[in-house]
Design a protein around this ligand. Structure first.
Ligand code: FAD
Length: 319
């Protein structure tokens, strides 16, 4: 295990590696960059019968206070490159460890447009493909054309097309945890000078708007996912109310409901914020209380969008 970024480290804190800034340590931690390094890490996990966990920026993750006894892999392949440049379409390939905002800036600097609609969403390419990030009507899957994934059992690098991911709202095949994302290729629209300038302006404006509207620290963004249409009966203006924030808003919990150091944001009813002293257990208890309130008042049970790492049993209410 020779690469400088690829030493197998032990007892590494995860609290400074996720946006809630809570949780315990990883028994083993490494940051592979090449396919060979990923294969080595996966073999190490198999040989030592370790549970395997992928980590990006930790922007959608709640780490248990006990941490995890397995191996946490944080991909270090951050290369971003134009892989095809045509008059009508270009493709850009980015490593799983690349930060989404760096990818968007790279594209805009090369007058390649489209991805700026997802500006300001914290995360790596790996974490973002995993959940298929979305903002208003735009989904990351609108842009992804192909990728390379690694089989977590064999360490084999496998090229796949978009269809392989079976993308949905908050879903991709990566949720099965049989593969991890190595890199992904996105299609972009080559733009004229003026179009590119407009797209750059849009990027700045979206980020400014998001920073004003939502909390930007000590949170994982939306804690619960929206409902699917078949889960809800309540309508507003003739439309099924699938938005979890609609229900949470009605409870009047914004900036009010708190457990220990965790509180429901005063800006957004579906965002839990660490006031500085929260434990992951505080966040779990607050999340459960929110579930109970929505269930009691509206008869539906919200489910977390936030992913979990290191919990021995599922800590939230389930149907
Ligand atoms: C302030 C704030 C605002 C947000 N706004 C939005 C928004 O508007 N829209 C939206 O969709 N999301 C939003 N989010 C959620 C978050 O930004 C996304 O889910 C993002 O994609 C998380 O990426 P990450 O690299 O931090 O992943 P992490 O949180 O580190 O991991 C998330 C999951 O992805 C898995 N994973 C990570 N890398 C890989 C890989 N290489 N292969 C396989 N699995 C992997 C992890 O195992 C984990 O289960 C917001 C979060 C915050 C903090």
């Amino acid at each position: 295990m020779t690469h400088t970024s690829f030493t197998m480290q032990e007892h590494i804190s995860l609290a400074d590696k996720n946006w809630f800034n809570t949780g315990g340590s990883a028994r083993y931690f490494c940051e592979p960059e090449t396919p060979e390094e990923f294969a080595l890490a996966l073999a190490f996990a198999q040989e030592n019968k370790l549970s395997l966990h992928l980590l990006g920026l930790g922007a959608n993750l709640l780490v248990s206070d006990a941490g995890c006894n397995g191996l946490v892999i944080r991909p270090h392949n951050k290369t971003i490159a134009i892989t095809q440049q045509g008059a009508e379409e270009a493709t850009v390939t980015a490593g799983a460890g690349a930060v989404m905002d760096d990818l968007i800036t790279f594209c805009l600097d090369h007058k390649l447009c489209g991805l700026e609609e997802l500006s300001g969403i914290p995360g790596t390419v790996g974490g973002s493909v995993f959940i298929n990030i979305h903002y208003f009507q735009f989904f990351l899957s609108d842009f992804l054309v192909s990728a390379r994934v690694i089989d977590t059992k064999t360490g084999e690098l496998i090229p796949v097309t978009k269809e392989w991911f079976n993308f949905g709202y908050d879903y991709s095949t990566l949720h099965k945890r049989e593969h991890l994302l190595f890199d992904a290729t996105f299609k972009l629209r080559p733009a004229s000078e003026i179009e590119a300038a407009y797209a750059k302006g849009r990027n700045v404006e979206i980020i400014r708007h998001r920073r004003q509207r939502y909390p930007y620290q000590g949170t994982c963004g939306s804690f619960f996912r929206n409902f699917h249409e078949n889960e809800v009966t309540i309508t507003s203006n003739g439309r099924k109310m699938i938005f979890i924030a609609y229900y949470l808003d009605k409870l009047g919990i914004k900036g009010e409901l708190a457990v220990g150091g965790a509180i429901v944001s005063h800006q957004h009813a579906n965002m839990i914020v660490n006031r500085g002293t929260a434990t992951s257990q505080d966040i779990v208890t607050l999340g459960r209380t929110m579930q109970e309130l929505v269930l009691k008042n509206f008869g539906i049970l919200p489910q977390p969008e936030c992913q979990l790492l290191g919990f021995e049993s599922y800590p939230f209410l389930q149907k």
